[in-house]
Design a binder for this molecule. Sequence first.
Ligand code: PLP
Length: 404
Amino acid sequence: MNYSKNKLFIDNIAVDKIIKRFGTPTYCYSYNQLKKNIFNFEKNFNKLNPLICFAVKANNNVKILNEIGKLGLGADVVSKGELMAALKSNINPRKIVFSGVGKTSNEIEFAAKKNILLINAESKSEIKAISKISNKISKSIDIGLRLNPNVDAKTIKEITTGKNSNKFGLNEKEVLDLVKEYKNSKFVNIKCLSVHIGSQITSHTPYLRTLNAIQKIIDKSKFRFEYVDLGGGMGINYGQENKLLNYKKYSQHISKFIKKNKVKIIFEPGRSIIGSAGYLLTKIIYIKKTNKINFIILDSGMNDLMRPALYKAYHRIIPCKKSKTKISKIHDFVGPICETTDKFLSVKTFQKLNEGDNIVICDVGAYGKVLSSNYNLRIGASEIIVKNSKVLRIRKKENLNNII
Ligand SMILES: Cc1ncc(COP(=O)(O)O)c(C=O)c1O
């Protein structure tokens, strides 16, 4: 994304032109940026030769998943729906892992019959359910055990998943007991030890603590895991971060870990693959001026992009036409939803804006469209992709009559 003669372009196509053709609100993805993010991720970890399973929860658009699959990645899914989307996108089942604390018997059976690589189990009860299904379909099932390492990922508390106060995973003792109990089972093959400690992580320290917790399990159990799934969580630069993840240090530590333990590494990145490749294109409906605040009322709301309302996430907002005239007054960028939390951003100064101007909310490729709803009975934003100088619609526009 760049400005040329004060006009905003995404991969050399003027955003105003895209908006004229596709309308607002629309999620727009850049194929170039997606590809760049994947190459960067691979470069950071190339010495480890990992299996990279894209976390479908971050973005489940089938066209996006198809492009990600063609670029060599597998998928990490957390529901039958996500698994179906990954399979429909032609992602190889042998590159799919299934995580999540509440898989139903129906979901487990569906996944087992599709021959996916691993079901990462998160409780004793789940392993019992998997064993029962294995018996029913006469097929042993490859599983991972998800460890909760009780490590603080030092990120937003709502997206922290690796502390013992969180619902995810099994503690050290539970993992050790389960290994003992199931290592010779004819129903489940324990193949993997998995973790995922949170999202938008910007320090390598919590990851190193997690590696130590995994090492402890390996040493104590003396069990040979074929895979270690380190999850995702790599933070991206939304524009307010003081520091970013030191991939080099993280990768070096994993290298040492692999040398010692001879395991295949799996990653489950979501945000770092698609976050910066997505933009929410929107338009100013009205500007409402009070003494202290200019409310910039957009035609997309928290139903399109929940993250700011959900956990005060920061997203840059930029105009499609740059102006040199600055207005020193609080600008609140809000949506039309009847909730006070329907606010994207508050800034102290912004350039002069007019009703009808086109606006872009940045870095919304991950946990954007997937968290959207029809709240206030509003049509959801459609999705398009810019690829090879062409713009394609990749999710149909909703029809209000169908939703009603
Ligand atoms: C089990 C699991 N794996 C991977 C991810 C992806 O995380 P991120 O998008 O931060 O890389 C998540 C997200 O919360 C998750 O719960």
